[in-house]
Design a protein around this ligand. Sequence first.
Ligand SMILES: Nc1ncnc2c1ncn2[C@@H]1O[C@H](COP(=O)(O)OP(=O)(O)OP(=O)(O)O)[C@@H](O)[C@H]1O
Ligand SMILES: O=C(O)[C@H](O)[C@@H](O)[C@H](O)[C@H](O)CO
Length: 236
Amino acid sequence: MLTYNSLVPIVGEIPIVNLMSSTMDPLGPNPQPIDAKNTPVTSNNTIASVGGQHAPRVHHIWLVTGPAGCGKTTVARHLSESLNLPYLEGDAYHPKANIDKMANGIPLTDADRWDWLTLLREESLRQLASGAEGVVLTCSALKRKYRDVIRVAPYFTHDVQLHFIYLHGPEALLLERVGLRQGHYMGANMVRSQFEILEPPTAEETDVISIDVSGTISEVLRAALSQTTNKMREAV
Ligand SMILES: Nc1ncnc2c1ncn2[C@@H]1O[C@H](COP(=O)(O)OP(=O)(O)OP(=O)(O)O)[C@@H](O)[C@H]1O
Ligand SMILES: O=C(O)[C@H](O)[C@@H](O)[C@H](O)[C@H](O)CO
């Protein structure tokens, strides 16, 4: 029984159970297996048809995570534009009550976040079901169990790979960057509370790409795009 407090094995180490009936699989019936290693790959990271069979496409969900001020929005926008993928800003899916709490310097609780995390997972899958090759989204996902709520997205359909892009840097640096930012509801007074509950991904979370954000914006964006495109090549 999967509960919010039970750890979710990382996809790839257990057989993926399709929790929904195949008729509800938005990406269609499971394509026939093909020899991916000896099959030409098209430019948009899909495997060309083999012998007339429609080859499966890997649909990637790129989830940019980290505490306030780490650069989630900055990196996600860049990946969305560079990879020509739709972008979901996690903050836009918070209920007003959550935004009001944070704007008033009140940290969110687990209870504040569950529905928001589920909504982000479902919206990501909706994007793929409506034909997107992939999707980029931002979500702080500070705790392991938050990541697990979204981590199960590939269980609901075929040929989906979910990747966390974890942006990390010293608290003082993120505090400085949030302090310099204008017109955002999340003030510098909230950075401490983000780090207090932050559970950095562990080595067991093999679906995580970690990026140090201490460098310049262009250095961070270059690292994020490079590691993302490498993962896409590995998926073929
Ligand atoms: N590598 C960087 N070097 C310097 N400034 C940066 C860097 N990355 C982001 N910034 C700046 O830091 C601020 C925070 O970035 P951004 O809003 O993308 O972070 P975030 O993780 O989305 O924050 P929040 O979670 O509060 O929405 C912005 O003003 C952004 O321009
Ligand atoms: O889980 C949370 O505490 C919130 O999502 C915060 O992370 C803010 O939304 C974000 O940092 C501000 O943009």
